[in-house]
Write a protein that binds this ligand. Structure first.
Ligand SMILES: *Cc1c(COP(=O)(O)O)cnc(C)c1O
Length: 379
């Protein structure tokens, strides 16, 4: 089945009791049983909910996986993956990744005796060098947030398999429309469904998708035991978002390309981070493992001061100054003081995340209007 058909029909079966084409929002906490233990497969809504079940099936289908699990947020999904581990285990993780993931690893899980080793995952030899006999998990994000670095998922999966470690890929930036990590050898795909899957900046949610039934059982056990489940209304919103994911992503990609090219030709712009440039370090791998380059772009100004960046950030009208990404409307963000403020400055600079870096989540508005907005702001 082709992507467009799959995204529209994923997880959708008419409601058996009414024929409703859209899965209803089953706003219930419990289910009446005919006799003790005799039920219709639903006992208590932390463990099972029909709206969530429809979404979880859709998530599996769109990522070419066998099983999907939905969580109350992206970080709750990440949290569940780390809870597969035990004290003494090690995780090799990307040094350039979402600030909230870094915070969860260092501030919450380190104190439980899990060790995180950060490395530049774009270099396979560095990943290999970071792996030890205690490594149980490799955590990747590609493209990364906010520098759009590209990691070779298939290459890392070879290293993970050899080390007997799981490979989990945060696929939030690419979305399943552009990249399917399970097909490239990953064991688990993680999403912040808050972003492109939901697509309308109206829900917080996360997802895990996998092929192994054993892994699914372990993660389902964590999901119901720890309880970070999304409500049925939120599941409905993400199910609805998935139906237009391909249409939105096509426009995000077109707009992203136009804006990346325009920024690059602007004399006031020093550097543009976007994996679709042929001279970008990650271009060849992006071309191989992605179906497009997306609408996430970061750039630095020639005037490399935080003041100038803040002036630009405060001067756009169509690009709203906000954290988050992946919605239909364009957003502009200052990673150093916003999304990545939880990473110590020294650590940030070392990873190439400067004080003047500006990140764009290019929406699906008219690209010419967006360029006009940036032109007025950058000057
Ligand atoms: C937003 C985001 C997360 C965290 O997801 P939440 O839904 O905000 O909890 C994780 N990874 C990436 C790449 C993100 O952009």
């Amino acid at each position: 089945m082709k992507i467009a058909t799959k995204f529209i029909h994923a997880g959708a079966t008419p409601d058996p009791s009414t024929g409703a084409i859209m899965t209803p929002i089953f706003q219930t906490s419990t289910y009446v049983q005919e006799a003790p233990g005799k039920n219709k497969g639903f006992e208590y809504a932390r463990s099972q909910n029909p709206t969530r079940k429809a979404l979880e099936e859709a998530l599996a289908e769109i990522e070419n996986g066998k099983f999907g699990l939905a969580f109350s947020s992206g970080v709750a999904a990440t949290d569940a993956v780390i809870k597969l581990l035990e004290p003494g285990d090690e995780v090799v993780a990307a040094s350039d990744m979402y600030g909230g993931t870094y915070r969860l690893f260092t501030k919450i899980f380190e104190k439980f005796g899990i060790k995180f080793v950060y490395t530049d995952t774009t270099d396979l030899s560095k990943v290999q060098a970071a792996v030890s006999s205690k490594t149980k998990l490799i955590w990747l994000e590609t493209p990364t947030n906010p520098l759009m670095n590209i990691t070779d998922i298939a290459g890392v999966s070879v290293i993970a398999k050899k080390a007997n470690a799981l490979l989990c890929v945060d696929n939030t930036f690419a979305s399943p429309y552009l990249q399917n990590p399970l097909d490239l050898g990953a064991d688990i795909v993680m999403h912040s469904s808050t972003k492109y899957l939901g697509g309308h900046s109206d829900v917080i949610q996360g997802a895990l998708i996998m092929n192994s039934a054993e892994l699914r059982e372990k993660l389902y056990f964590i999901q119901k035991s720890c309880g970070a489940v999304p409500g049925p209304m939120d599941c409905f919103l993400v199910l609805r978002g998935i139906k237009t994911l391909h249409l939105r992503m096509q426009q995000h990609c077109l707009n992203g390309e136009k804006i990346a090219q325009w920024l690059r030709s602007n004399p006031r712009v020093a550097k543009v981070y976007w994996p679709g440039f042929e001279d970008n370090a990650g271009y060849a791998i992006a071309k191989k493992q992605m179906r497009g380059f997306g609408g996430m772009i970061s750039f630095e100004l020639k005037n490399d001061s935080q003041e100038e960046a803040v002036r630009v950030l405060s001067s756009t009208h169509l690009f709203s100054l906000a954290e988050s990404l992946g919605g239909v409307e364009s957003l502009i963000n200052h990673p150093a003081s916003m999304t990545h403020a939880s990473i110590p400055r020294e650590e940030r600079i070392k990873n190439g995340l400067s004080d003047s870096l500006i990140r764009l989540s290019v929406g699906v508005e008219d690209a010419d209007d967006l360029i006009e907005d940036l032109k007025k702001a950058i000057g």
